[in-house]
Design a protein around this ligand. Sequence first.
Ligand SMILES: Cc1ncc(COP(=O)(O)O)c(C=O)c1O
Length: 393
Amino acid sequence: MQVDFNQVIDRSNTNSIKWDHENQEILPMWVADMDFKAPESVVAALVERAKHGIYGYSEPDEAYFEAIINWQAKRNAWKVEQEWIAFSPGVVPAVNMIIRTLTNPGEKVLVQTPVYYPFFNAIANNGCQMETNPMIFKDGKYYMDFEDLEEKTADPNLHMMILCSPHNPVGRVWTKEELIRVGEICAKNEVFVIADEIHSDLILSGNRHTPFASISEAFAQNSITCMAPSKTFNLAGLQTSFLVIPNEKIRNRYLHIVESNSLMTNTFGITGLVAAYNTGEKWLEQLIGYLESNLDFLNRFVKENMPEIQVIQPEGMYLVWMDFRALGLSKDQLEELMLKEAKIWLDEGYIFGCEGEGFERINIACPRSILEDGLQRIAAAIKKTREEGQYIS
Ligand SMILES: Cc1ncc(COP(=O)(O)O)c(C=O)c1O
């Protein structure tokens, strides 16, 4: 069945972080959830579960583990053992719990900036210091700086790194060779890897995701992989993600934290995950096709209407990183241009680290008409400031 991703669905009054905000004049294209309905088969499974009427405490069953194991085998050729799988309500809570469990206060945790900003809080909130390994931006593409990574990971006060794979916001789907270099450097320097692979189902044509832990037994033992059906199938509100922890000792430490905080699975999350992984693959393929056509549209629009803006071509995800530095605006001026003039809410580049200043991240997982509206707002605001001679250097 052909899914109509062009259909605009009113999300107001649904407790949506994105749409139920105060200023309704501002078009929200920031947070990473999609303006599409989940696959019909997932909706049907949730409705069926809702009809039962009793929503007591729940725990994952055989079907939950099987769905995860089969999905990873099919999509990533990764053989995950049932006992490696641990639950978390979300990847951000998981990253927080892992840092708290596996580091001592004052230790450093490394991130590759610009990067998903909740990592910064997770590090600071758990008493650690952030170390950065800024990426190299060359000819419109981001690369890891391995020399710098070698240097930073050699610090005896650094035992953990957060690997964002695929990388939010720059859209890289790391190659196996790149991941091997990361893994080898971390193993040599006894740095444990948190692999945040939440976007790993959303891979654009011509690219392939390699789960970090699937590369070797040594990498598997030295890492925790964080995954979820939430980005893939638009289920973030079901608060259901999972971790793959092949290292038994580390898994037991993590499970102890989960138990001692009485964290439990969401009834609808289990149903949603199972239905999504078991029945959602065809829908996902159509979704990726639609995202690619939205990306083509964005590229064409930018080229024709605001050629000074550079689009960093994503290899995965539905978040697109754009370089506005040619406008010569300060970060505050750029933010003001977007919010006050264009009336669009993007994620400002600087929140991903100082390397992101002058950039913006836009969410293109929306019907084409919304994307077009957003881009027109930006183009008109740039045109206006250009005509008025403001800001532009
Ligand atoms: C890299 C990355 N990790 C984690 C999350 C959020 O995960 P969760 O909602 O499961 O906490 C996001 C959401 O955008 C993300 O981009």
